[in-house]
Design a protein around this ligand. Structure first.
Ligand SMILES: [Zn+2]
Ligand SMILES: [Zn+2]
Length: 252
């Protein structure tokens, strides 16, 4: 697949002091999409139809709640709830109908049809949770960014040096970067990329391991007067390295 290049935001993210520039880019994209869905787009019929059908995951609903655009959020969730109720009504109809056939009866075997109706409803609800529009848009945006990172690594010597000096990537985004490298580089270049990338990751994992170790040791009374060095916020950065949560979403 061909992706659009996004060189300016990618360069900006690499200039930030962060444990993972892809986290930084994802955070910015998330902010943009949260604003988008509570902005004028609420009135745009196409967006309304899309929101009505799928809605958002709990993480992004909580982001939308924090935006404090209560009227816009109220309008959006009202029509979404109406659509969800409409979709649920078929499931509820068959659940009630199958339940009424066995209700109160001393049957020894479970009703397969009733179990089937429970399964259908469960699948319908869990599928919906995976369809969050903000999650999907962030995912696609991240693909454009990882494509750009690989492209810049291949074509721009200055960027290649920059990656060498970076803090590496988090454990959540590393697979996405490797997947894109596999998709967009020829076998020789892929080998070269991985040979360069893995030592950067290893070096930075060792660095943060030392920082978090000193962070824990600072709680010993014999160390309380010694300087923190770079370890004072090492617990936040370690969580980010492990999970991909960016600094903004882990409020200090
Ligand atoms: Zn990340
Ligand atoms: Zn989501």
């Amino acid at each position: 697949m061909k992706y659009k290049l996004e060189t300016i935001p990618v360069w900006d993210a690499f200039k930030e002091d962060t444990e993972c520039p892809i986290c930084y880019l994802a955070e910015k994209a998330e902010e943009r999409y949260l604003k988008f869905y509570l902005g004028n787009s609420v009135m745009n019929p196409e967006t309304r139809v899309e929101v009505n059908k799928t809605g958002f995951c709990s993480h992004h609903y909580s982001g939308l709640l924090q935006m404090r655009s209560n009227h816009a959020l109220g309008l959006m969730t009202h029509t979404h709830l109406e659509k969800r109720m409409e979709l649920l009504s078929d499931h509820f109809r068959s659940l009630k109908s199958e339940a009424s056939k066995v209700s109160g009866k001393a049957a020894l075997l479970k009703s397969k049809k009733l179990s089937g109706a429970i399964k259908n409803l469960t699948e319908h609800l869990s599928e919906n949770e995976e369809k969050c529009m903000i999650c999907r848009r962030i995912e696609y945006t991240i693909q454009r960014y990882t494509f750009t990172i690989i492209h810049l690594w291949k074509t721009d010597g200055e960027f290649r040096n920059f990656i060498q000096k970076s803090n590496g990537f988090c454990f959540h985004h590393l697979p996405e970067l490797l997947k894109m490298a596999e998709e967009s580089l020829n076998p020789g270049k892929l080998g070269e990329f991985i040979e360069e990338l893995i030592p950067i990751i290893e070096k930075n994992n060792e660095r943060i391991e030392k920082e978090i170790l000193w962070f824990t040791q600072k709680f010993d009374s014999q160390n309380s007067d010694k300087p923190w060095g770079t370890s004072e916020d090492a617990h936040y950065r370690t969580v980010q390295k492990l999970t991909g949560l960016s600094n903004n979403s882990i409020k200090k």
